[in-house]
Design a binder for this molecule. Structure first.
Ligand code: NAD
Ligand code: ZN
Ligand code: ZN
Length: 390
């Protein structure tokens, strides 16, 4: 089959690779009808995530038709059924899955020990997202093997198009969870940094959840236009002071809720080097107070909450933890617990409350995938979201 394959930093190729096969009773094979490139794929493209190997198949936002089933699916998934696959692989049975914390499933990552070395604990298995998260081949391909397929799927009705439901596997629930985790109240101003696909979904979610005012910050004109069309007030941070504008919009009080929909985007190798230098410096300052925070983050149970009554705000304020502490802010983060939100979000699509396909700007075949990575990353050709049809 044909698939988009990682060969190294900024080197993704469309290769011919062996077809996937059933390896476990709970597997299914999906023929991919649509898949997308996610902002998270750009971190692999730029090689910001370790444990990638030449030959890894990319892609974690995809959907298709079930063409083969393992013996252990017990009728939960049948040949011919149409499914969106969540990017988080879930067993559905461990303590974390039972609590709805699917992105920290305790069983789906076959390389848990490797993940534990980096994060202190294992994390869920993810499709096409390095060997830290299981090294599972991704869905930017004609076919894909889905482990734990009896749980790792979202069935979708034929009445909805691929484009309407594709993003249920990642960016729509990601934007939704970002807004839910902000605990939006009717009087809230919600400020969202980043008007990429995730930021766009977050804007719509914050509005559906009843925010008084949604503000979006970015510098890419067509992305700001899309944000404005979705109901956000926009701030172009290449021209305006973000702090001044946000204070103006909130009568000097500041937004109640702040959401980071940017992540570790870096525009140049130089910027990356600077970030790495700063991280290296931070690691060397063993004796400063930040090491307690590092320890807490390392030792805390996945899906736990960090509470920080300790005082910060002195001269060493790399994170700016002093501001976080003195303002009593709550930080919530994590990979998306996709299946936790899928019933509700699918219903909202069916009812016409939202049609997530608004974000798509490019529709191409798999062969054009490699050039589309660059177009999306460099925001050329007004690119906001790419959908590939294998
Ligand atoms: P994207 O790269 O297209 O979007 C990022 C946007 O941030 C761009 O529009 C860019 O112009 C903007 N930006 C860069 N620096 C900025 C700054 N200083 N201030 C304001 N805006 C700035 O990617 P995306 O698909 O929208 O994804 C965004 C982030 O969400 C990525 O880091 C991605 O890895 C992450 N993500 C997380 C999950 C999860 O489960 N938690 C799921 C999907 C994506
Ligand atoms: Zn993603
Ligand atoms: Zn689990």
């Amino acid at each position: 089959m044909r698939a988009l394959v990682w060969h190294g930093t900024q080197d993704i190729r469309c290769d011919t690779v062996p077809d996937p096969e059933i390896e476990d009773d709970r597997d299914a094979i999906i023929r991919v009808t649509s898949c997308a490139i996610c902002g998270s794929d750009l971190h692999l493209y730029d090689h910001f995530i370790p444990a990638m190997k030449k030959g890894d198949i990319m892609g974690h936002e995809f959907m298709g038709e079930v063409v083969e089933t393992g013996r252990g699916l017990n009728g939960t998934l049948k040949k011919g059924e149409r499914v969106v696959i969540p990017f988080t692989i879930i067993c559905g049975e461990c303590d974390q899955c039972k609590r709805g914390f699917f992105s920290v499933c305790e069983r789906s990552n076959r390389n848990r020990d490797l993940a534990a070395k980096v994060f202190g604990h294992g994390t869920a298995g993810l499709f096409g997202y390095s060997h830290l998260t299981g090294g599972y081949p991704g869905g930017q391909a004609e076919y894909v093997r889905v482990p734990f397929a009896d749980k790792t799927h979202i069935k979708v009705p034929d009445s909805l198009t691929d484009e309407q439901v594709l993003f249920l596997g990642d960016i729509f629930p990601t934007g939704w969870q970002a807004a839910v985790q902000a605990d939006i109240q009717p009087h809230d101003t919600v400020a969202i940094w980043g008007a990429g696909p995730v930021g766009q979904m977050t804007i719509r979610s914050a509005i559906l959840l009843g925010a008084k005012q949604v503000v979006c910050i970015d510098s890419v004109p067509e992305r700001l236009d899309m944000a404005r069309a979705g109901g956000a007030i926009v701030i172009d941070n290449s021209r305006e002071s973000v702090v001044e504008r946000l204070n103006e919009l909130t009568h000097g009080k500041g937004p109640e809720k702040c959401i980071d929909a940017v992540g570790m985007e870096a525009h140049s190798p130089r910027a990356v080097e600077q970030v790495f230098d700063r991280v290296k410096q931070a690691m060397m300052l063993e004796s400063d107070r930040a090491s307690v925070l590092r320890e807490m983050i390392y030792v805390c149970r996945p899906a736990g909450i960090l509470s920080i009554p300790g005082v910060y705000g002195g001269l060493v304020d790399k994170m700016p933890m002093g501001a976080v502490m003195n303002k009593g802010l709550t930080i919530r983060t994590g990979q998306t617990h996709v299946n936790r939100w899928s019933d509700d979000l699918l219903r909202r699509i069916e009812e016409g409350q939202i049609d997530p396909s608004f974000v798509i700007t490019h529709r191409v075949g798999l062969e054009q995938g490699p050039e589309m990575y660059r177009t999306f990353r460099d925001k050329q050709d007004n690119c906001i979201k790419v959908v590939l049809r294998p």
